[in-house]
Design a protein around this ligand. Structure first.
Ligand code: T68
Length: 834
C-alpha cells in the first residue's frame, strides 16, 4: 500500500491542504484574479486580454496538475504496461479551450470571465499555438495523445522542446516570407523539471576490452556531453481524470567542473560558446515535411531525444526491480516514422554495453518493445544517414547497426540461400558513395510490427519499399492502422454549434467518445427543420471565415458563395498546382461567357492556405501563382462575386479550427499513391463539408464509409501511375488537353504578371515529364468540378449528402485508431480512475 509508507499525521496534514481545483464560477474567479494579481503582478487597472488569458490558463493549469499528479501516481503503482509515443513533432495548437472542454468547465469560465469584463473567445485567442510540427504527422501525434488520455491508457509522449516551432508565414507582395516562431515567452502549460536531467554523449571513440569470462566488450568513451532537461506538459483526457504527460527535452551545456575550469582559466567567452552550441540542438524544428535533407544537426536532435527518452524509460523500469526479460511486458515504444529509429540501437547498446546482457537476449527484448509507423512511400522522404557522418557522431551506434545488419543478413541467407541480389537489396547499409544507413529498414528489422496509415498505403508499402521484408518475415509483421482524428478538438471545439445540434438529436454528447453513435443522425437527413438548422450553422461558420478573410486580406467574400478550400502543406505531390490551374480555367471560362450564362453559375470562393518549406522553390512558386491569380481575379470588376481567390496566411492548427467548419467542398487531390493517408479530409467531412479527391490515401476508405454518391472522386488510379509516367518520358506523341493549353497560354502571355516567374512550374508539367500527372488528371478534375457546381445548386440534396456523410464518419475517430494500436501492436490495457 502506497499510503501506509507515510505516517498518518503527515498524511492528514497534507490531505487537509490538498486543493481539488475550482468547480464553481465564484471559485474560478477567485483563482483567476489571484493569479492575475499575484503570479502576474497585474491589477484590475492593467489587466488586458493577454493577462486575462494568462490568469485563466494558470487557474486551469492548477486544476490539471492536481489530476496529473494523481494519474502519474496511479500509473506507477498500478505496475502495468505503458505506451511511449516517440515523435519529433507534436502539433498541439492551443491548450486552454481544450482544457476547459475536457474538464467540462468552459461555461463556468465563460460566465466568470464575463463578470471580470472579458469575452471568452477573445481570451482564448490570445494563446500562441504550440506549433512543434510541420503537418499531418505532427498533428496525428497530437490527436493520439488526446485519445490515449481520453481512453485512460497509461501513455507518455516524448519530443524535443524546440525554442522555435514551425516558422510563421507572411505573404508579402504575393511571396512567402518566413518569420521565426518564438513561442516560449509565456507558456503556462509547461513545467521545467530541473531535477530530471540526462547527460547525452556525442562523438568520441569505442574502446574494446576483455570483460568477465573473457568476452570482448565495448565502451563508448570521450567526445562531448550535452545535458537534456525535461519539460512536462499535462495532457488532459475528455471527461476523465486521466491526465497524461508529454515530456519535451531541452538541451543545454553539461553543468559541472568542465565549465568552471574554463571559467577559472579566463575562457569565459568560449564557455558561453559551448553553452550556445549545446542549446542549438533543441533550438529549431526542421521545416521540411516529406523530405529528408541529411543534416548533421538533425541527426544530433534525433539522438539527443532518443537517448534522453530511453534513459528515462529505462530508469522508470528499473525502479520496478523486474527482470530485463519483463521489459517488453512493461514498455511499448511506438516510433512515429523513422525519426526515432536510433532508439532501437540505443536500447540495444544500453542492454549489452551497460547492463551486460547477451546480444540475443537483448535483441529479443528490443524487437518486442518497438513498433514502427511508416508515413510515406516517396523515395525523397525516406530517411538515410551517411555512414561517415554517423561514424563520427555516434561511433558505437554505427558498430551496433553493422552487427544488427550482419545478424539479419545471415538470417536472410539461411532463408534464401545464395540470393545475393536479395542481400544487397535488404541490407541496412546501402553500398553507395558514401555508404548510407537506410533508417526504414533498420526500423523494420528492430520492430515487431510495422504499420501504414491507410489501407492503400499499407498495401503499397507491402508491395514496394518493404516487399522483400514481407517475404523474409511473412505478412503478419506488416499491418494497417488507418489514421483518425480526435472529435473533441475537430468537432466539439472547432464547431460547437454543430456539436450541440448533433447532441440535441442524439440525446447527449456520448458520440464524442463513441463516434460510431453518429450513425443515429442518418434518420434526420430528410428532416426539414433539422436541415435548416444544419444550414444555418454552416452559414454562420462561413460568415466567421469571411470575417477572418476580410480582416486579414481586405478582400470581402460572399458567404453565400460555394467555399472551395485546400489547406495543407504546399507540395507538388499534393497538387495545389492542379487546383490553381483549374481556377484559371474557371476564370477564363467565365470571361468568355454571356451574361445569361453567368447568371446560372454558382459563385465560388477558392481558398488556399499552407506553408512551403523555405528551400522548396517550386512550392513557393505555387504560392506566388495563387496570389498572382487572386490579384487579377479579385480586382476584375467584370467577375464580381462569381469568383474570388484567397490565400490565407500562416495556416496552423488554430486557423484550421476556423477554416474546417466553413467549407462546402475541400480538395484532397494528390497524385494517386502519394498521400499516405491525409487527415484533413476526415476533419472536413466530419464538419459537414463534401470533398473532391483522388483515389488516394484515406479518401478511399472515406468513400467506402460514406458512399460513392457523397464524394466527388476523379483522376487516374495508383496502379496506372507508373505507366503514365513512363509514357510522359518515353512516349512519342503527347498532346496537352486544349483547356489546359489555354490556361498555360494565359500564364505565359503575362495575364497574371511576369510570366518568367512561372516558367519552371509550367515546364515541369509540359516539358519535364509531369511527374505528378497534372496534365493526365486535368480534364477529369475540371469535369468533376462542374459536377460540384451542379450539385451545389440543389441545396436540399447537398445538405442531405452532408448529413449522411457525417453520420457515417464514426470510423475515423482517433479513438478507434488507438484501440487498434493498443490491441494489435502494444498489448496494453487502460487504467480507469476510480
Ligand atoms: C504525413 N506525413 C503524410 N510528414 O504525408 C500524410 N516528414 O499522408 C499522413 O496523413 C500524415 O503524415 C499522418 O500519417 C507528414 O506529415 C512530415 O511532416 C515529415 C516531417 C519531417 C520529415 C518527414
Amino acid at each position: 500500500n502506497v499510503e501506509s509508507s507515510i505516517p498518518e499525521p503527515q498524511r492528514d496534514a497534507w490531505k487537509k491542504h490538498t486543493k481539488k481545483g475550482f468547480t464553481t464560477k465564484d471559485e474560478f474567479e477567485d483563482e483567476t484574479v489571484r493569479h492575475i494579481e499575484t503570479t502576474l503582478a497585474r491589477s484590475l487597472f492593467n489587466c488586458d486580454e493577454l493577462a486575462a488569458y494568462s490568469g485563466t490558463a494558470l487557474a486551469f493549469r492548477d486544476r490539471l496538475i492536481v489530476e496529473w499528479n494523481k494519474t502519474q501516481q496511479r500509473q506507477t503503482f498500478a505496475d502495468q504496461k505503458r505506451v511511449y509515443y516517440l515523435s519529433l513533432e507534436f502539433l498541439m495548437g492551443r491548450a486552454l479551450d481544450n482544457a476547459m472542454l475536457n474538464v467540462g468547465l468552459k461555461d463556468v469560465a465563460k460566465d466568470g470571465l464575463k463578470d471580470l469584463g472579458f469575452r471568452i473567445e477573445d481570451v482564448i485567442s490570445q494563446e500562441h499555438d504550440a506549433a512543434l510540427g510541420n503537418g499531418g504527422l505532427g498533428r496525428l501525434a497530437a490527436c493520439f495523445l488526446d485519445s490515449l488520455a481520453t481512453m485512460n491508457y497509461p501513455a507518455w509522449g516524448y519530443a524535443l522542446r524546440y525554442r522555435y516551432g514551425i516558422f510563421k508565414q507572411q505573404i508579402i507582395d504575393g511571396y512567402q516570407v518566413e518569420i521565426p516562431d518564438y513561442w516560449l515567452d509565456f507558456n503556462p502549460w509547461e513545467f521545467p523539471r530541473h531535477d530530471v536531467t540526462v547527460e547525452i554523449q556525442f562523438y568520441g571513440w569505442v574502446r574494446k576490452y576483455q570483460g568477465e569470462n573473457g568476452k570482448t566488450k565495448a565502451s563508448w568513451e570521450g567526445g562531448e556531453i550535452v545535458e537534456a532537461v525535461a519539460y512536462d506538459a499535462p495532457i488532459p483526457g475528455y471527461k476523465t481524470a486521466t491526465t497524461n504527460n508529454l515530456r519535451l527535452w531541452s538541451s543545454k551545456a553539461a553543468s559541472g567542473e568542465f565549465d568552471f575550469q574554463k571559467f577559472n582559466n579566463g575562457e569565459y567567452e568560449s564557455s558561453v560558446g559551448d553553452q550556445q552550441r549545446a542549446e542549438t540542438i533543441s533550438a529549431v524544428l526542421y521545416p521540411n515535411d516529406n523530405l529528408d535533407r541529411g543534416k548533421e544537426l538533425r541527426l544530433k536532435q534525433q539522438y539527443f531525444w532518443c537517448a534522453a527518452s530511453l534513459y528515462d524509460i529505462v530508469r522508470r523500469f528499473k525502479k520496478s526491480e523486474k527482470a530485463w526479460s519483463a521489459f517488453p511486458d512493461m514498455v511499448a515504444i511506438q516510433l512515429n516514422d523513422t525519426h526515432p529509429t536510433l532508439a532501437i540501437v540505443e536500447l540495444q547498446r544500453i542492454l549489452i554495453d551497460i547492463e551486460a546482457l547477451e546480444w540475443d537476449e537483448a535483441w529479443t527484448i528490443v524487437t518486442n518493445t518497438f513498433g514502427y509507423t511508416n508515413h510515406t512511400v516517396m523515395p525523397e522522404a525516406l530517411e538515410k544517414w551517411s555512414v561517415p557522418l554517423m561514424q563520427n557522431l555516434l561511433p558505437r551506434h554505427l558498430q551496433i547497426i553493422y552487427d544488427i545488419n550482419m545478424n539479419f543478413l545471415q538470417m536472410v541467407e539461411r532463408k534464401f540461400p545464395k540470393d545475393r541480389e536479395m542481400l544487397s537489396r535488404v541490407s541496412i547499409i546501402e553500398e553507395s558513395q558514401p555508404k548510407m544507413v537506410r533508417m526504414a529498414y533498420l526500423a523494420t528489422i528492430g520492430s515487431h510490427k510495422v504499420n501504414g496509415v491507410a489501407e492503400l498505403h499499407s498495401d503499397l508499402i507491402r508491395t514496394t519499399v518493404f516487399r522483400d521484408f514481407v517475404s523474409i518475415y511473412g505478412p503478419d509483421k506488416f499491418t494497417n492502422v488507418t489514421n483518425g482524428i480526435t472529435p473533441r478538438r475537430w468537432l466539439h471545439q472547432a464547431n460547437p454549434r454543430l456539436s450541440e445540434l448533433i447532441a440535441s438529436k442524439l440525446g447527449g454528447y456520448e458520440f464524442l467518445t463513441d463516434l460510431t453513435l453518429l450513425n443515429k443522425l442518418e434518420q434526420f437527413a430528410d428532416d426539414k427543420e433539422f436541415k435548416k438548422e444544419w444550414q444555418e450553422i454552416k452559414y454562420a461558420n462561413k460568415v466567421r471565415l469571411a470575417q477572418h478573410i476580410g480582416n486579414t486580406t481586405g478582400i470581402s467574400v460572399n458567404p453565400k458563395a460555394l467555399f472551395d478550400i485546400q489547406v495543407k502543406r504546399i507540395h507538388e505531390y499534393k497538387r495545389q498546382q492542379l487546383n490553381i490551374l483549374g481556377v484559371i480555367h474557371r476564370y477564363l471560362t467565365i470571361k468568355a461567357m454571356s451574361p445569361e450564362e453567368r447568371k446560372k453559375l454558382a459563385p465560388r470562393v477558392s481558398i488556399f492556405g499552407g506553408k512551403a518549406a523555405p528551400g522548396y522553390w517550386m512550392a513557393k512558386t505555387v504560392i506566388h501563382l495563387v496570389c498572382s491569380v487572386g490579384e487579377v481575379v479579385n480586382h476584375d470588376k467584370d467577375i464580381g462575386d462569381l469568383l474570388k481567390v484567397i490565400y490565407i496566411e500562416d495556416y496552423n492548427v488554430s486557423k484550421a479550427e476556423i477554416i474546417t467548419p466553413a467549407s462546402d467542398i475541400s480538395e484532397h487531390i494528390s497524385t494517386a499513391g502519394t498521400e499516405a493517408s491525409g487527415t484533413s479530409n476526415m476533419k472536413f467531412v466530419l464538419n459537414g463539408g463534401l470533398i473532391i479527391g483522388t483515389c488516394d490515401g484515406a479518401n478511399i476508405e472515406i468513400t467506402r464509409e460514406i458512399g460513392e454518391s457523397n464524394i466527388f472522386l476523379f483522376g487516374n488510379l495508383a496502379e496506372d501511375v507508373e505507366d503514365l509516367r513512363h509514357a510522359h518520358t518515353y512516349g512519342n506523341s503527347f498532346t496537352l488537353d486544349p483547356d489546359l493549353s489555354r490556361v498555360f497560354t494565359a500564364i505565359r502571355s503575362g495575364t497574371f504578371g511576369d510570366a518568367a516567374r512561372f516558367n519552371a512550374l509550367c515546364n515541369s508539367i509540359v516539358d519535364h515529364g509531369d511527374y505528378y500527372l497534372v496534365s493526365d488528371d486535368f480534364s477529369s478534375y475540371v469535369k468533376t468540378q462542374e459536377l460540384v457546381d451542379e450539385a451545389y445548386k440543389d441545396q436540399e440534396e447537398w445538405v442531405a449528402k452532408c448529413i449522411q456523410s457525417v453520420s457515417r464518419m464514426g470510423f475515423f475517430s482517433s479513438d478507434r485508431c488507438i484501440q487498434e494500436y493498443a490491441d494489435m501492436i502494444w498489448n496494453v490495457e487502460p487504467l480507469v480512475p476510480q
